[in-house]
Design a binder for this molecule. Sequence first.
Ligand code: B12
Ligand code: SF4
Length: 477
Amino acid sequence: MKVKMILPALTEAKSPFFRPIKYSLFPPLGLATLAAYLDMDDEVVIQDEHVETLDLTDEPDLVVIQVYITSAYRAYQLADHYRAKGAYVALGGLHVTSLPDEAAEHADSIFLGPGEDTWPQFLRDFRAGHPAPAYQSNVRTLIGLPPVRRELIKRHLYLVPNSIVVSRGCPHVCDFCYKEAFFKGGKGFYTQTVDDALAEIERLPGRHLYFLDDHLFGNARFASALFDGMQGMGRLWQAAGTVQSVLKPGLLEKAVAAGLRSLFVGFETLNPNSLREQHKVQNLNRDYAAAIRRLHDLGVMVNGSFVFGMDDDDESVFDRTVAWAIEQGIETATFHILTPYPDTALHQRMEAEDRVTSRNWDLYDTRHVVYRPAKLAPEALEAGYWRAYREFYRWGAIFRGAMTKPTLSGSVRHVAYAGGWKKFEPFWDAVVRMKRATQLLPLLETILAEFGRHAPGTPGTPAANAEGALVLSGKQA
Ligand code: B12
Ligand code: SF4
């Protein structure tokens, strides 16, 4: 059987916001995970439109498309194209799960939720000649998964080919997050076994890893055993975690000893009312500054994530947040405009209040205002969002952030992190266009290794991860 798997994209031709280097960070792990269930004699190809031009002249038997909200229209266009050619089209992913009826118009089968249970079932049905029009995931486990088909990934096209995910979901429930919408119908947080996770890490070449898990520290027992197992592997890695998990004594130290060098942290807002509004209760009454100090003291770089447009936000929120982030010496920041993704609690509330102003999914990219904010004009919110990026990444601000570091080398590294990611766009563009993204990895690993001589297992040394800044910024920025 000929199988074509596609991650569609809003490329430069279709969106002024397409940033080549950002979209060349991580390979499509979801599709490579699903490919593992195919037979070895199936002919399978994975194409990621973020980094390559799709070949639409082929004649596959089965087409699998992963649908994110921002690429939904493109996904439907591709699905229609292949159905017209007689291929069987399967659509799944976050957006399909949120809006199955919309997706079903463009698919032969749709998949709701994670694919580890439904996809093998579908393959059996498909081969037997009676596939169902819809599959809903309800058995949630990562035990006994076949290894991700990484040989199908064109590693050379990505800056960070070693992305890995050892859990699914998150133990928390924030109103604006995709998580509840995607995992409904079963468990919303579960992990691999520690042994399986370690075995997957062992299979990855090189030193650097990026964990895509929503919250790698979400199950403390799992995380602790994982970090113990990673000690001595010589890895350098990045991940995401919460303020709460950073403040908890013990686990972070183990992570650092295992090679953690930068962490994406969802601060979201400095306003407790807004945290309550979004039910992000795990951040309430946490000392954000202490969390950042703790990370920096352990040599971990911080990428802070912030959301603008919550109901208590007024015109002052942008400058206040940016000034605070600079004062704290946060190396990189990602800002978002609050976005009511379909089927989330936030979306339901906005709908009930008749505040959703656009259902054009191309605009649901956290850069556009698609609802009526409470205390801000939509134009002011968008302008404030762009201003926040400009102000945070101004050279003056980068130097001010750098001056918070206790050593000269720490300050230099801060400038390299922040400046490297945001100030050399033509260089990044050229690297991507020449299809050389991955060739920068050895250089980055060398830098990390140099930093690693001071940091792994030696808590207390300053943060040192140029690559970290780049990658973590890419996660959402
Ligand atoms: C890595 C990542 C990126 C990377 C690369 C994306 C990629 N290569 O897939 C980059 C940096 C490019 C990126 C960019 C953006 N991202 Co992003 N990203 C992620 C992240 C952190 C991990 C994705 C991942 O690999 N997960 C692990 C794999 C195993 O899971 P999976 O991909 O979901 O695949 C499983 C299922 O979805 C399902 N499945 C998927 N497709 C199909 C198809 C079929 C047929 C079947 C059966 C099953 C199935 O089966 C798979 C195995 O279980 C997620 C958060 C998350 N935890 O998922 C956010 C996330 C997907 N991103 C998000 C957003 C908003 C964005 C941006 C819009 C951000 C921005 N402001 O620019 C952009 C736009 C991306 C786009 N193309 O449209 C949102 C999506 C919201 C939504 N409703 O769609 C998420 C959920 C983050 C969040 N918490 O809000 N992102
Ligand atoms: S902590 Fe992060 S990943 Fe978890 S539910 Fe909240 S926003 Fe989503």
